[in-house]
Write a protein that binds this ligand. Structure first.
Ligand SMILES: Nc1nc2c(ncn2[C@@H]2O[C@H](COP(=O)(O)OP(=O)(O)O)[C@@H](O)[C@H]2O)c(=O)[nH]1
Ligand SMILES: [Mg+2]
Ligand SMILES: [Zn+2]
Length: 379
């Protein structure tokens, strides 16, 4: 019922098509958390620790995406072969593919496709659009389509090896609570930076709006052109609006533990809990619990459960990347005296002037400075 009638699954999303087209069906339930760890990977207690100054991992950003797409593009002759589907999970050597009718099948990967896409730990990621053929009862993935974006990092032991956690993400849903735990502007800013660096749209959801007024952070992130919502499962505030905004999109939820991700997801997708049980049964008893997984949800979108957002970090970036990807800072950058102004100590710095007169929020400059001074400092 959920997948089969949905136009989203009738074919591949074309390269570059970022926005979904599903419609909200129901998104205002106030059910309490009951999926129980479906998004086991998305809690971010350790985010700041792991990506402090000791972490020097690079995830490579656009160059690595371009490399993947070049390799994937080499298989272009097979892009019309067989049937289309997208990768939604893994079990051992096999890949779970959801076809255009919403049917999930385990597939093996054609050996020459594996060889072609070398240098990555797994040639395929959840979210990849693939072409597959049926060989008797066995699905075989023949080709992978170019990606619009990916969440990735290099291996900590082998920098030539790339881990890709998710591909073709429409929206990074940054969840932050107004209280319990206290609102952390810096964490929101880091996620926004990761999203921008990886060409992923982001949305901020300010949860527990029943505990504190969301006006200040809402105004701040809205002014940065980030769709920003307040939400509460206690009062129902924002649930419908968030559901409408996310309808049809492929989403990764990120946020600290306890901010209300599970509660929000249950409120948005009341049908998911029931289905996750049966999804886990799929694949002929094989376990799918150890790696990334994506689920289709009632509004035509997908929910990705992946450790990637926790692990990809920001350490591959150059200070100038950060300056240019912070929208408010980038807007002032051309007015600085020096072209390569770091906005930390230079004279005639327009960014520092804007912070002083309040047109750049102090919290934004603080997180920018902390990223440059701590995460990206040369040891
Ligand atoms: N007051 C209030 N509490 C909430 C809200 N959403 C979630 N909570 C509570 O916050 C706690 C953590 O929620 P949970 O969904 O497990 O957070 P997660 O760790 O991000 O998945 C639970 O005790 C929830 O009942 C909300 O909108 N308002
Ligand atoms: Mg949770
Ligand atoms: Zn400057």
């Amino acid at each position: 019922m959920v997948e089969s009638g949905d136009p989203k699954y009738k074919g591949l999303r074309s390269h570059g098509q970022r926005q979904g087209m599903g419609r909200l069906r129901r998104a205002n339930s106030q059910d309490t958390a009951r999926i129980g760890g479906w998004e086991k990977h998305s809690d971010d207690d350790t985010f700041l620790e792991k990506h402090g100054k000791n972490s020097r991992r690079s995830h490579g950003g656009e160059a690595l995406l371009a490399k993947f797409n070049r390799l994937a593009g080499d298989s272009i002759t097979t892009h019309t072969m067989g049937m289309s589907g997208h990768v939604c999970g893994f079990a051992g050597m096999t890949v779970l593919v959801r076809d255009s009718e919403g049917i999930e099948r385990f597939c093996i990967v054609r050996q020459n496709l594996k060889k072609r896409i070398a240098g990555v730990k797994n040639p395929l990621s959840i979210g990849d659009n693939v072409r597959f053929t049926m060989n008797n009862d066995e699905g075989v993935i023949e080709a992978v389509c170019p990606r619009t974006n990916q969440l990735a990092r290099t291996d900590s032991h082998n920098r030539a090896l790339l881990h890709i956690f998710a591909a073709n993400i429409d929206c990074l849903v940054i969840v932050a609570a107004m209280a319990e735990p206290e609102l952390k502007y810096g964490l929101i800013d880091r996620y926004l930076l990761i999203a921008a660096y990886n060409a992923i749209n982001a949305t901020v959801i300010l949860t527990k709006s029943d505990l504190a007024d969301t006006a200040t952070p809402r105004a701040l992130y809205s002014s940065l052109q980030v769709p920003t919502f307040s939400a509460s499962i206690k009062t129902g505030d924002g649930i419908k609006a968030v559901g409408t905004h996310l309808a049809g999109k492929v989403c990764v939820f990120a946020g600290q533990s306890g901010v209300g991700k599970s509660s929000l997801i249950n409120a948005l997708y009341p049908d998911l809990a029931a289905r996750v049980g049966s999804v886990a049964q799929a694949g002929h008893g094989r376990h799918t619990t150890t790696s990334s997984r994506s689920y289709s949800v009632a509004n035509g979108g997908q929910l990705m459960d992946t450790p990637g957002i926790r692990e990809c970090g920001i350490t591959g970036m150059q200070p100038l990347d950060v300056a240019l990807l912070y929208a408010d800072i980038a807007a002032q950058h051309p007015l600085c005296r020096f072209d390569d102004c770091s906005h930390l100590h230079e004279p005639d710095c327009a960014v520092q002037a804007a912070v002083a007169n309040g047109s750049i929020a102090a919290s934004r400059y603080e997180s920018y400075r902390s990223i440059l001074n701590e995460d990206l400092a040369t040891p």
